[in-house]
Design a binder for this molecule. Structure first.
Ligand code: ADP
Length: 496
């Protein structure tokens, strides 16, 4: 199979899609010669096939990364690392429509939403580009005759494993802080959405990154992913995906070289609306909180709790609002919700919907497949739910939410925290005291007040409880990719 193919997209974008593994600055075929098909979730048809990385390719990529780390990359100044990241950000922006269209094709999100992802990816690359030459250690005084200082050194070869829900944005979240801090990377994209990162590989070459600093592999979790997380010469693994896979990766790290681990995992986030909230604004945010990206967000607000005074009005108005969400072709301008990513995800979500029905939850709206081609599901709301139900406890990762009533601030907090996850949450109220009390009491890495899903590159993001380890974004993410070295010098030769 060739290393690239010409693709013509429904919106007129035409380009050469790279298909190879990107190792040491070049596109290559996998050692075992394997390939796999990439499916368009809107049509269920094959877009193209890409080369597949197996354990041997991971090994080659890790060696290339190690050589870069010990060699050329080591000599590059922090300011130059920053300049390269900023240049890459510019190139992302120059290729905005092309990259967004690829995301629409491969992932199924609308082109307009995908443009937001590409812009956010560029912003992330530029933000960490800015950090590259501002990472300092400290001088620490202990006693006369001693000079002590700390340095924040890169960890080395970082293995990164990303999911399919925000292919290029997750790529940027992972690459940017790692490279800014002087690490090198072997990143594996999701087997469901490998295309945009391969185009980013071309931009890496154009930006002028030395070969081997960023290596990009298309491949499967159980083979290439497992090879990264258990590799003896990978110093750190950073993962975003399901909690189940996160556990597997942590075990692999523990059983190999005890590589450092950061995990950004699942969620079952509460979205709490008080009687005194602006009901129409709250509905807009609740709607965006669960149906944005077709419910395929680890921070999706899938448990909606509404105070009893406005509950009935809220449900009626919310149902009307949901009917305005246009479900359909990602290449149509007005589309808000595209297809789910795969047949497997579609089936899992439909199973949850059936389970909700058999457990006695009431379908307020939706609950069925949308159309008969592509993995489209109607936006779905369940009421009459209780906390023991599977649909209230497990991450569905689709356009399905449950709505329930609460009475007091105390009830809202208790219900919000009734989950093993702790990624995100929100509270809608005009009362500052209520907002602060709830925000301080929810056990979640992010609490949004009168908003939802409004992430920003400068704001740390990550999980309490079983939602993860470490923080992405903001200054906090630099800690994921640096290790502190203490140098303690004896200045006068005396022993004690
Ligand atoms: P999902 O089930 O929603 O696809 P996963 O968490 O399984 O989510 O997938 C996220 C990423 O993790 C993908 O890149 C996938 O290939 C990878 N992955 C899956 N299983 C493993 C594994 N055992 N080891 C390493 N990576 C894995």
């Amino acid at each position: 199979m060739t290393l690239s193919i010409n693709l013509k997209l429904p919106n007129g974008v035409e380009y050469d899609q790279p298909l190879g593994l990107f190792i040491n600055g070049e596109f290559v075929k996998g050692v075992e010669g394997k390939t796999f098909d990439v499916i368009n979730p809107s049509t269920e048809k094959v877009i193209c096939s890409v080369h597949e990385a197996t354990e041997k390719d991971v090994d080659i990529a890790v060696r290339a990364a190690r050589t870069a780390f010990e060699g050329e990359w080591h000599k590059i100044t922090p300011a130059e690392r920053g300049r390269l990241l900023c240049k890459l950000a510019d190139l992302f922006e120059e290729n905005l429509l092309k990259m967004a269209s690829i995301e629409a094709l491969d992932n199924g999100k609308s082109v307009s939403m995908a443009k937001g992802d590409v812009s956010a990816a560029a912003a992330c690359l530029r933000y960490y580009g800015g950090w590259a030459d501002k990472i300092h250690g400290k001088v620490i005084d202990t006693e006369h005759g001693k000079f002590n200082y700390t340095k924040q050194e890169p960890i080395g070869v970082c293995g990164q494993i990303i999911p399919w829900n925000f292919p290029i944005l997750m790529w940027a979240w992972k690459i940017a802080p790692a490279v800014a801090t002087g690490n090198v990377v072997v990143i594996k994209t999701s087997e469901l959405t490998p295309l945009s990162a391969l185009v980013a590989a071309e931009l890496i070459v154009k930006a002028g990154f030395p070969p081997g600093v960023i290596n990009i592999l298309s491949g499967f979790g159980k083979t290439a992913g497992a090879a990264i997380s258990s590799h003896m010469d990978v110093d750190k693994v950073a993962f975003t995906g399901s909690t189940v896979t996160g556990r597997t990766i942590m075990k692999a790290a523990a059983n190999s070289n005890l590589k450092k681990v950061t995990l950004e995992l699942g969620g079952k986030s509460p979205n709490i609306v008080f009687d005194d909230a602006d009901i129409d604004e709250a509905i807009s945010w609740v709607n965006f909180g669960i149906f944005y990206n077709h419910g395929q967000c680890c921070c999706a607000g899938s448990r909606i709790y509404v105070q009893e005074g406005i509950y009935d009005t809220f449900v009626e108005k919310f149902k009307k609002r949901i009917k305005e969400n246009v479900v359909g072709d990602p290449f149509e301008n007005e589309t808000f919700q595209g297809p789910q990513i795969s047949q497997l995800q579609f089936d899992k979500i439909m199973e949850y919907i059936e389970h909700g029905k058999t457990q006695g939850a009431k379908v307020e709206i939706g609950g069925k497949r949308h159309g008969d081609v592509g993995y489209f599901i109607e936006p779905t709301i369940f009421s009459n739910v209780d906390d023991s139900m599977k649909i209230m406890q497990e991450e569905i990762f689709g356009p399905v939410a449950s709505i329930a009533k609460f009475k007091t601030v105390g009830d809202a907090i208790a219900l919000g925290n009734k989950t093993t996850f702790g990624l995100a949450s929100a509270v809608h109220t005009k009362n500052l005291e209520t907002a602060l009390t709830v925000a301080n009491s929810l056990k979640a890495g992010t609490v949004w007040v009168n908003t939802y899903n409004t992430l920003h590159t400068a704001l740390p993001f990550g999980g309490f409880k079983e939602s993860g380890i470490g923080r992405e974004l903001g200054k906090a993410a630099l800690a994921n990719y640096t290790q502190l070295k203490t140098v303690s010098m004896n200045m006068n030769g005396a022993m004690f």
